[in-house]
Write a protein that binds this ligand. Sequence first.
Ligand SMILES: Cc1cc2nc3c(=O)[nH]c(=O)nc-3n(C[C@H](O)[C@H](O)[C@H](O)COP(=O)(O)OP(=O)(O)OC[C@H]3O[C@@H](n4cnc5c(N)ncnc54)[C@H](O)[C@@H]3O)c2cc1C
Length: 513
Amino acid sequence: MAQVRDKDADKAVRRVVIVGGGTAGWMSAAGMVSVLSKLNLSITLIESDAIGTVGVGEATLPHIRFFNQKLGIDENELMAATQATYKLGIEFKNWGNIGDSYIHPFGDFGVPINRVPFHHYITRAIKTGHDIDLDEYSLPVMAARGGKFTLPSQDMNSVMSTYGYAYQFDATLYARFLRKFSEGKGVTRQEGKVTSVTQNPENGFITSVTLESGQQIDGDIFIDCTGFRGLLIEQTLRTGFDDWSEYLPCNRAVTVGSEPIGSAGPYTRASAKAAGWQWRIPLQHRIGNGYVYASDYMSDDEAAASLLEDVDGPLRGEPRHLKFVSGMRKASWNKNCIAVGLSGGFLEPLESTGIYLIQEAITNFIELFPTRDCPDAERDEYNRIMDLSFERVRDFLILHYVATQRTDSPFWKYCKDMPIPDSLRHKMDLFKNSGRVVSYELGAFKFPSWLAVYYGQGIIPAHVDPVSAHMPLSALPGELSRLKSIIGVAVSKMPNHTDYIAAHCAADPAIVM
Ligand SMILES: Cc1cc2nc3c(=O)[nH]c(=O)nc-3n(C[C@H](O)[C@H](O)[C@H](O)COP(=O)(O)OP(=O)(O)OC[C@H]3O[C@@H](n4cnc5c(N)ncnc54)[C@H](O)[C@@H]3O)c2cc1C
């Protein structure tokens, strides 16, 4: 019998070329070499020591744990190698009004009562004159404020299962860790600067890149991880960029490290300031600090001076200035090129979403891994998912700014009244009316995250879910104080965050960056 040709096998991708070796490049390499191991791909990563990486990125979201788990990475080993601390959430200071503080936790507020979300009861309590502190109904918030940490319980009936966690780490060390991991699994690293790119004249697909040395590297699929410059996706393919500065006006950052003072808290801090906000991220060996600001409202020198005023320890090095624009590529996947990391887009770092969006990009690409001809159907689906992922993060970030009541500087006056996307307007209108949160499957920030910001910045719904009104008002204080006490007891038994790190994942003092 004549053998039928296996057309799918003929069209299989054999060579993947990743250009760029920052966090995006090495996460892409590590993800593909592990998850697609059966495809026997030849994966080459090109990076240039002379160009270097962006060198920022310290706070993460809980999703990163699942990425690492999928790769089989030991968490304690990773934490020790990256000077990591645990992160239970972000404290937002001065966002609603000067003097305010709330924590956006990686976890729940209360538990549903009669299947009605807990916050409807909180709203009822607030509206009937009770003095409510939402913090007291969230275990991760109380643990963060108390400097406590332990791993969550797997017992879903325990209050200790009501939270997640992420890391505060050195992303440069993370990339280094993943490089060792990827090279150990067969990824080839090529040092050198790409100086030219060759395209197929018929369909525009990228066929090879050439290094300064003259060496040419051919590929079937090219992953652009070249950072803000977007060497392949933009400089070569001219994909275009959707600029969202109108909604997210911060476009500069000035950063500096400082010596750790006291014990490292298990949370990141974002303090709103005159023209933006300042981060404080405690790692094991240092504290990362940065002022993210809008250049229309503050000069670089003013921002650097303001940053240093609010750094609470001796400096490590000189302040460093960075420029960026919030927005994303018009297509994250164009022809046979996928933009991962800063080359694909960037949303200012308020909610630590840079590495999360890298993870989304690479895991979705792996799920839709194509044949060499990159069919439109796969590409369109990928771009649809990435558009949604970016837009949902964007809306959540804008909420922090537009939900301010501050009018003490031109920057905050602008934010308070700025235009917002219809998608966010709809979410806010629904919450303001009935306390309901628009739910969706895709997207980093789910129900409790939205609640934290709404309540934290003083948006209290006009009405509550009708079912929550069934409980006699007289029963409410008892229910609330029972829950508060369960959380209080659980937190009191948790170990101190720094003790927990010392016992499980203390960094080698020799690894200092
Ligand atoms: C101010 C600021 C704060 C941030 N904070 C956070 C945070 O807290 N949490 C978070 O998750 N994310 C954060 N991010 C985002 C995070 O830094 C990035 O998502 C992450 O570092 C990925 O960067 P990258 O790998 O895409 O680019 P880069 O780190 O810039 O890497 C680019 C790579 O491409 C290589 N390259 C470029 N051109 C060439 C060429 N011609 N030839 C060969 N190689 C080339 C470079 O050598 C380098 O290896 C922050 C970003 C900024 C700007």
